[in-house]
Design a protein around this ligand. Sequence first.
Ligand code: BGC
Ligand code: NOJ
Length: 822
Amino acid sequence: MKFGFFDDANKEYVITSPKTPYPWINYLGTQDFFSLISNTAGGYSFYKDARLARITRYRYNNVPADAGGRYFYINDNGTVWNPGWSPVKTELDEYVCRHGMGYTVIKGKKNGLSAEVTFFVPQNFTGEVQKVVLKNESNEKKSFKLFSFVEWCLWDAQDDCSNFQRNFNTGEVEIEGSTIYHKTEYKERRNHFAFYTVNEPIDGFDTDRETFMGSIYNDFADPETVFSGEPKNSVADGWSPVASHFKKITLEAGETKTLVYVLGYVENPYEEKFNADGSMNKSRAYEMMKKFDTAEKADAALAELKETWDALLSKYTISSPDEKLNRQVNIWNQYQCMVTFNLSRSASYFESGIGRGMGFRDSNQDILGFVHQIPERARERILDIAATQLEDGGNYHQYQPLTKKGNDAAGTNFNDDPLWMILSTAAYIKETGDYGILNEMVDYKNDPALAQPLLDHLKRSFYHVVNNKGSHGLPLIGRADWNDCLNLNCFSRVPGESFQNTASNIAKEVDPETGAPLNEQTAESVMIAGMFTYIGPEYVELCRRMGDNAEADKAQAEIDKMKQAIIDYGWDGEWFLRAYDAYGKKVGSHENEEGKIFIEPQGFCIMSDIGGKEFTEKTMASIEKYLGTEHGLVLNNPAFTKYIVEYGEISTYPGGYKENAGIFCHNNAWIMCAAAYAGMGDVAFDYYTRIAPAYQEDEKLHRTEPYVYAQMIAGKDAKRFGEAKNSWLTGTAAWNFVAISQYILGVIPDYSGLKIDPSIPKAWDGYTVTRQFRGATFNIKVENPDHISKGIKSLTVDGKAVDGNIITDITGGVHEVVAVMG
Ligand code: BGC
Ligand code: NOJ
């Protein structure tokens, strides 16, 4: 079943029914001001930090869903409706929502009147613009009433939804002309305020929620003020401040009226907070309002935004006979990569924005899918992240984007973390050729006195693994590796205790068989071992390119040692083992009753050539046999059915969900990469299409947005097999872009240039990729006359033959490249 369709020419997904299986959202803003907006205009806005500077209020997990948003209510002679259907939910004669690149257009029509609202956050602007176009499409003159509505959040979103004894007393607003200011806490310690304005005189307003609603027992669906058609001009005094503009509008048959609303955020330097007379300094707000006081200005800014996105997306474009592939690669996957880069895991319809800071491993991986778009921002991010590293090469697991400081709350000792920074730095250098980043002085622990060149940080990352090995010579897992839920040292027996944030309880444990006390020096991760042999060579290469061959050789010897340890202790006969637990027992082995095979180590070990062809073939066959489903590859199999204290959170989830045998789309990509690496182009692409959103046919079953990846699709053990959850903010976006753009389509930034190495379905005749790279543009035509999966027999650039498959001469300009497979 479908609820909409892709409009690729406009880079939009067009939703044709408001009653989607879950709110289908979009993100507005890519810099400092962000809004989440659903297909019925639900959602909220914030400045930089979704917790600390929340501008509008939202109610998660509400009944009905998606409560809180920016709503326009129309009272057309007693018929009350919203252009986005919700919250009044009057059946509309027409409804359409277009989610585009950084903007959303929602249009509703009822009784001959249409209302189209375009929502967007302009470039370099700390506000959301809402352009409202009202059109009388009937044959008669129409008089109706228009109410806008937003509800202010009292800034700290966590406090806002918990500290009512204080917060019901603090709300303050000011009304000046057509502008409603939210100034709660401005007179004391805050130096910021918000405003909601419209570019025409208004006929009334409301700012007190209870007055607007008519009583505390009304909700967004039946605000008495709207139904009565009379604003109350209320001025909030504590309780819940809101902002609603009222306008009486008359349109002749066929006539159109356009209004521009702006929801803005203003920050004043502390010394400029007040005017001489003690009033709030609104000069910055006036400047913002002036920028959008006409429809033409709004249109120009929207056009500029579209151009920005066109430019961003033109860095990598494919043209192939498969339109789903084209839209996935050219539009939506890259768009999602920008969103994950910006928002990390903070604010979505599954992440409340009041939870965690930015993850060290998450941000490093997000860079892999984003670095080609704006390399300078990736560079800055790498340096920020590196500055939170600890002196022993480990790091805080999270950091706060506002302060850019490492965050103690989530602790350290996630022993995969350091390696991801080597990978992201390597990706940045391959994209840009900027080795200078390795010489940048970067703090340890955010302490400038401890600063060392970035290369030193990578070295300590590498040796953090080397220096923390267990009895099999494999890396100690610490609190967890990439799988946050495989907590082999946690031994949690206390309800509600966090499996990640709790310092190990292991000191209290003994081995039930031997009675020996347990310690954290036992549980090892084959996944980290595989990551080390896959990512370690990047460190070796960087050392060589920086002229340190001795260090490169030394590091290579460590990689070789690790490879041997994986062969000796990490191979289970048909696939790679997952780990050793705190008792020293195998995890992810055929010897286990449940969780015999895990997905995570397999791809990295294959891509490290461990055990050669034999191990690769056996592993790939086992993956399909035990993990393969029509909706993607499950994380482990069989699913755990009981809580296993020595495994931790993974065994808390019912089988088929999340880390317990869910289809974790993030790590599916590692298998696509491995299959492509091994020359199994058909398998790689098959796995790609099983989870890529553009290929999902049943939107009702899939449930989340059909244009972006979700973190997880319920696996074969779940009752809701095929249903996705946790859309948008997931490392899935970056890794699937790496899998398709580099491993499958084979256009790969490399240290010495642009490498062409496709691994594709044999049936394909070819395709074209346009890639902007280090200031040059390459139009790359891949031809597959012999219908093979991998191998380039000839490569020409502007008609001239190139030896090998790397284009090394990168001197700007536009170049025609032909790569013939064979
Ligand atoms: C989730 C993981 C997540 C972890 C840390 C767990 O509950 O299952 O996916 O990484 O929390 O936030
Ligand atoms: C989501 C977390 O953000 C990420 O860091 C982790 O690797 C995955 N879940 C898997 O547990």
